[in-house]
Write a new protein. Structure first.
Length: 333
């Protein structure tokens, strides 16, 4: 159904999936399944997590089990499938769970979020004032710690049932859409594409060279999704995989359309909050006005434009097709 990418060890990500009630948690644990609603947030989570990644469940400030993602599928008529009941929000809208991850249990564990090993995600939760998000990407240090908690297991899961009708989500820049099967391409999806693109070492190495940091090795860094700071949410954080004596960090802000001067100021705020460990910033956008470029040059911020090669904006494409057509180009000062 979907394009399977063989993941290198440097590309493997770890996510904590937030659940709203105990009943849904118990169903996830019982069936070794993760499900996401037919909403932009649900689809975004589904695109963020790839086959081969690791996940745990987060509920009541506790972390449950460690799983490997074996397969991803989107189902038609999800309201008829179970195991979760459709959920109705205060808006009156009712959602089912068409976007699903099939999981293989690696370790059984139940641990409180207050453990120091979960500090990276706990800080995200604290600065957000709670969950308010379906998923949180943890860093490699957290994954290494969780991989030694609890007890090891080796349980596979059944991937779907014969006769169930599936679909591959598609996206379009300007063409007609019919959610959830065809969605307008929005900034959050571009953010995910660029994070996944940067997670490929050769791509990240090129970007480091753009930033005049070719002496650094991409293999020593990890690329993480949205990170909460007191001044806002960094779209992408690049940091040392295993810091020794100090840490080097880069912040990346992604804009779907033309960059503006206030976007530069926003990125400057993130860089200032991170402080001396911040080696620079990268702003990715469709284009840049001269006023923004000048301000970026003065503040160690590098500009990059993006485009999709051989893509018809009126047609729809799968997420993998968007990813394969994505190109980033350095903007010279």
């Amino acid at each position: 159904m979907s394009k399977t990418v063989r993941k290198e060890a440097t590309n493997i990500a770890y996510f904590l999936l937030a659940l709203s009630n105990r009943e849904n948690l118990d169903l996830c644990l019982k069936y070794k399944l993760a499900g996401f609603t037919e909403s932009k947030s649900g689809l975004w989570t589904f695109t963020e997590i790839e086959e081969g990644d690791f996940v745990s469940f987060l509920y009541g400030a506790r972390v449950f089990h460690l799983y490997r993602v074996k397969a991803k599928k989107a189902f038609r008529n999800a309201h008829q499938l179970g195991p979760w009941k459709p959920i109705t929000f205060r808006s009156g809208k009712t959602y089912s769970f068409p976007f699903r991850l099939f999981l293989s249990l690696s370790r059984e564990l139940e641990e409180p979020m207050v453990r120091a090993e979960f500090a990276y995600v706990a800080e995200n939760l604290l600065l957000r004032g709670g969950y308010r998000k379906t998923h949180f990407q943890a860093d490699q240090t957290t994954l290494q710690a969780v991989s030694q908690m609890g007890v090891p297991c080796s349980e596979e899961t059944q991937i779907g049932t014969p006769g169930e009708e599936t679909f591959i989500p598609r996206f379009t820049l300007k063409g007609p859409h019919c959610f959830p099967e065809t969605s307008p391409f929005q900034e959050c999806f571009l953010q995910t594409l660029i994070r996944q693109w940067l997670s490929v070492p050769k791509n990240l190495q090129n970007v480091l060279e753009w930033c005049n940091l070719g002496n650094l090795c991409a293999q020593d860094f990890e690329v993480l999704g949205e990170k909460a700071l007191t001044t806002g949410h960094v779209d992408i954080l690049i940091k040392n995989r295993t810091p020794m004596g100090g840490s080097q960090k880069f912040v990346v802000e992604v804009k779907l359309n033309q960059a503006r001067k206030k976007d530069v100021e926003q990125l400057m705020g993130y860089m200032h909050e991170i402080g001396k460990e911040c080696q620079g910033g990268i702003l990715v956008a469709r284009g840049f006005p001269s006023s923004a470029l000048q301000k970026m040059q003065e503040n160690r911020i590098h500009a990059s434009t993006y485009f999709f090669e051989d893509l018809d904006p009126e047609k729809s494409y799968t997420f993998w097709e968007f990813r394969s057509k994505l190109r980033l180009t350095r903007v010279s000062s």
